[in-house]
Design a protein around this ligand. Structure first.
Ligand code: SER
Ligand code: ZN
Length: 505
């Protein structure tokens, strides 16, 4: 794609620039255009593609500059390189560079860039189309240019164009394994049956269930199987991960790129002084209503959101650390609480909810160790689904979960071993397949994001696997129904008698 960066700005010096200093500047400009800006640029790249100072003049204590570039030594990079070089040269004249001011910064792109690929951000000013070109005026400070905001912006525009090119294309899905067919012994919707039996009732919040003892007995029986058949034999140890996730974590995990439509946001009080809140409580006492409008004015944040992907809030535990060789691979899991997602409307069954429960399995090691643990898990899962739960299920390679959660689509992003395998179970009542858990090799994404290294210096990778209680139960009950005498032994035994302790009149 055609890309040009154009910049007008000035370097502000500590004092008036005299004639001899101006001569030095002229030499520095020539040196920069001929050599400094070509540094690191492949020889075959034509000079029109590389940053150049196209004009300059001295005015009092300022040097007014114009820079142009293609994709190499971009105008803003060139400016900062030049500043560095010039500040040495100006030393001789007892002049220091006091500041940089940007008057204009224009990104020029090929006409193939649609308006919809240009993000709506406060620093994006006028977008002008002329034949063959799109000119985007950027209102950026020198600091933002030095932080390479234009480069990330260009990358983002390219990503948006790629995403549009994929358009309606489905996310990646490739069958890996399909279990033998098992004639279903049940054909109803298990959620309806659970409601009818009083095992579950809607919670007061959206997409939330309250689970009565029999439902929990089923969850815990499945959980016991996971512990005994998978986690214990493979040597996983239990941890407790936080369930309130601040932006700092999602900035590093990548969720900050796109999870916003699905977050349950968290805010904190501006102060915990009871006097500050007294009228809010009084309002409720008098009106019977919670004064939400007023509360909104008295809280800070949002500071982040409630647990969404379960593994990201673990990572601060190892952030910035180098892990000893002798403890690898690290194998841990968390089953300490809920995950929350603001799901699209029409939430009915226990299989799609805003609040759900799962075991998150996580491992860290070298590339080989990480891939090997994933394989061990696949083997154990297969054993559980085939021999213990006797499910009709299948496994498929899908768009990696972190790409899906960051709002990225696309295929072939992740060479070889990195990626997600979804496990799906048939729901006989409607003939669809339910994704009830996943196993992912996440490559160096997390170790890189949270700056975690291995003692050996080998590349650090990680993986994770989410086991959803609601989804496992939905899969199992859909296929096996509610008559425990027809259930696989291992589950029936662990569930025992249903404790139906409520009766309403
Ligand atoms: N962390 C992964 C996810 O959110 C696996 O549970 O899907
Ligand atoms: Zn995870």
């Amino acid at each position: 794609m055609f890309v040009r960066f154009g910049l007008k700005g000035k370097l502000v010096l500590s004092d008036r620039i005299g004639d001899t200093a101006e001569e030095t500047i002229a030499e520095a400009v020539q040196e920069a255009n001929e050599r400094l800006f070509r540094r690191g640029v492949p020889r075959e790249v034509s000079s029109g593609e590389v940053g150049q100072i196209t004009s300059w003049r001295v005015e009092g204590n300022e040097i007014r500059l114009e820079l142009q570039s293609g994709p190499y030594t971009r105008a803003h990079d060139a400016l900062f390189r030049f500043r560095k070089q010039l500040s040495l040269a100006m030393g001789r004249h007892r002049l220091g560079i006091r500041g940089i001011a940007i008057d204009e910064f224009v990104l020029t792109l090929g006409e193939e860039v649609p308006d919809t690929a240009i993000p709506k951000l406060p620093f994006i000013g006028e977008v002008r189309r002329e034949t063959g070109r799109v000119q985007v005026r950027l209102d950026l400070s020198a600091g933002e240019l030095e932080d390479r905001v234009p480069d990330r912006l260009l990358r983002l525009i390219e990503e948006k164009m790629e995403a549009k090119a994929y358009g309606g294309k489905a996310e990646h899905w490739e069958l890996l394994y399909q279990s033998p067919e098992r004639p279903p012994i049940y054909r109803e919707n298990p959620t309806e049956e659970m409601i009818a039996r009083g095992w579950i009732r809607h919670g007061a919040s959206r997409g939330q269930w309250i689970y009565a003892p029999p439902a929990v007995q089923v969850f815990r029986a499945l959980e016991a199987i996971v512990q005994e058949e998978i986690l214990r034999p493979l040597g996983f140890s239990e941890m407790i991960f936080p369930k309130l996730v601040p932006w700092e974590v999602w900035m590093r995990s990548g969720h900050a790129k796109g999870v916003y439509p699905e977050i349950y946001y968290i805010s904190t009080p501006k102060t915990r002084d009871p006097a500050y809140w007294e009228d809010i409580g009084d309002y409720f006492k008098v009106t019977g209503k919670v004064w939400v409008e007023e509360i909104r004015k008295r809280i800070e944040g949002p500071i982040g959101g409630m647990c969404y992907a379960q593994c990201p809030p673990f990572w601060p535990f190892v952030q910035g650390e180098t892990i000893s060789n002798d403890v690898l691979p690290i194998r841990i899991y968390d089953r300490s609480g809920t995950s929350h997602r603001y799901e699209s409307g029409g939430i009915h069954g226990i299989e799609r909810v805003d609040e759900f429960h799962r075991i998150e399995v996580l491992w860290i090691g070298t590339v080989e160790q990480t891939v090997k643990v994933a394989e061990e898990l696949h083997d154990r899962y297969r054993h559980v689904f085939e021999d213990i739960l006797e499910l009709q299920w299948r496994a498929a390679r899908v768009t990696p979960w972190f790409m899906a959660q960051e709002g990225l689509i696309g295929e072939g992003c992740c060479a070889g071993a990195v990626g997600t395998t979804d496990y799906e179970a048939l729901l006989p009542y409607n003939g669809t397949w339910l994704e009830f858990q996943n196993v992912s090799v996440n490559g160096d994404k997390y170790p890189r994001g949270f700056n975690v290294k291995l003692q050996s210096g080998a590349e650090c990778w990680s993986g994770c696997s989410g086991i959803g209680y609601e989804r496992w139960a939905a899969a199992f009950l859909s296929q096996k129904g509610f008559d425990t005498s027809r259930w696989p032994e291992a589950v029936a035994e662990r569930v025992g008698e249903f404790r139906e302790i409520f009766r309403f009149v």
